[in-house]
Design a protein around this ligand. Sequence first.
Ligand code: COA
Ligand code: AMP
Length: 632
Amino acid sequence: MGKYEAVFQKSIEDPEGFWAEAAEGIDWYTKWDTVLDRSNPPRYRWFRGGELNTCYNAVDRHVENGRGDQAAIIYDSPVTDTVAEISYRELQQQVAVFAGALRNQGVQKGDTVIIYMPMIPEALVSMLACARLGAVHSVVFGGFAANELAIRIDHAQPKAIVIASGAIEGKKTLAYKPLVDSAIEQSSHKPEKCIVLQRDFVPAELTEERDISWQEAVAGAEPVDCVPVQATDPLYILYTSGTTGMPKGVMRDNGGHAVALNWTMKNIYNVEPGDVYWAASDVGWVVGHSYIVYGPLLYGCTTIVYEGKPIGTPDAGAFWRVINQHRVKVMFTAPTAFRAIRKEDPEGVLLKQNDLSCFQSLFLAGERLDPDTYHWARKMLNVPVIDHWWQTETAWAIVGNPMGIEQFPVKPGSPTKPMPGYDVRILDDEGNELGPNQEGNIVVKLPLPPGTLATLWRNEERFISSYMSAFPGYYETSDGGYIDEDGYVFVMGRIDDVINIAGHRLSTGAMEEVVATHPHVAECAVFGTDDQLKGQKPLGLVVLKAGVECDEEDLKVELVQMVRSQIGAIACYRETAVVSRLPKTRSGKILRGTMRSIATGKEYRMPSTIDDPTILEEITEDLKKMGYPELS
Ligand code: COA
Ligand code: AMP
């Protein structure tokens, strides 16, 4: 039996034994009573009775164990022309003081705090300070518009909001404060305090009584110590796109999360404490939570906070410069970033100007890694290029190539094999298990391993209905795919209305809700089509209200503006077709999947429930006029 097989089998046959051993990598104030509480399925709880503090494990213990002078964070910001290091000792000091500042503003154990910041060290300091106090953070990606922030404020009900006054996004300077003010105005819940980190290139005007500058808040604060919390207490809420405009608040606990992420650093990424690990993502996404902040810090690595883009800051050599300058051992990013670099520097001229001898492997996730991009990255870098598949819900890889256990030959197009703890199966829509190479619903047999979502914040019902109901006894991933005869998993894409644009997870349902509010629109459908650079992009089809006569071009511009201002520019909503009607089933359900197949040039079966088949010919013609399916 190979090493992976032995490890994997143990994790499935004896999850309690397997994860109790992994839990030795974490410092506990009190050991757990039960490794896995199975008393209330499908809500399994890991390490019940255990007490720990995630911030202590990610920061303080490294100082106590002799890593105080090692860099915890390297801040590399080409957009502000800054490179700075923060040692573990300095990080401990900064986090303890900021935790004191939060406490002075009334934040206590169990309170929620929203963080809305770009890629700056203070974003990590804020997250860790919440963890230190036992408060629950909810980081909102800076690319979301005020309306999206307002939705999250209303749902998370934060005691305080921590923001930066602004950001530089590529070449644009963005002021965050007006956006946050507008969000708070829109929301019914009003946070008591807003702590504003003033950045000198975009100073913010403070609102009296509610706002305090970071600088002032910290000046009057005493450092505070770590507060013990239960393993099952929430560490954070991370909102992610579902199929409607109301995002899902994925709730992560403290104990299982710390154990699992700490374990992945060696077993999946094959790094050692002290190594430099770089996830070029954003703290607003799960990759940022797990692999910019918690994973590398729990394990005593140096993490890089990169405030820049793969191209344009200043050029397509930015990633190679960072790897070389900071001696990065392992990097993690989204395939889109590599497609963007390849487009600008196909021969890797900028890459060859850098010494990448320190570089051990590249990990990619967030969207399907197309074989072309895989081959290009492999050839350019000449190190293993590892695709791995995961979701906000899981916090770490469901399927991957576990470099620290056993390295498998890569099959381009597959993220390789199920990771220990994940019993991955393929089921048909009736719940029957499918054999090798048969495509169906990818599910994971319960219990899920530690670190995966504990529930949806304040919405247990949605947790059950979204993930646990379709196939009782299994977690429904909402991705479709198959497992081949060698046990390699192939992930073919989402089977719901979630799309991936440049590795960002967005909901076409949410865009549809915005488009539908235009006064001229009677009904609409938004679905994902292919995009050569960003993987997918949204396309909207709208039917006008009877009697409406309007300039279609003006309407399209207005719809783009509406989606940008209510969801954000990252939705990349740019294209709309005005059609006379939409294809529907006899019961009135819009056939989005069929339209998606037409727009992407995939074969489709005529749905037996379709109301009027001739409409598909009309839609095909309309889309053809717009250039769909696009020729690659
Ligand atoms: N704050 C505010 N706005 C943001 C933003 C942020 N953090 N991130 C993106 N946006 C805006 C962009 O400015 C752009 O606005 P525009 O339409 O006014 O130009 C829009 O959202 C779309 O952004 P993006 O999809 O990033 O496109 P781009 O053309 O600016 O950049 C890439 C293209 C490929 C360079 C970029 O998408 C990229 O770096 N992708 C990798 C993504 C990644 O790392 N994902 C993490 C998952 S692991
Ligand atoms: P997010 O929750 O933002 O991480 O997005 C999760 C979704 O991204 C998954 O459900 C997949 O559809 C897609 N995804 C992430 N990683 C991969 C991958 N390696 N291969 C294919 N799809 C992926």
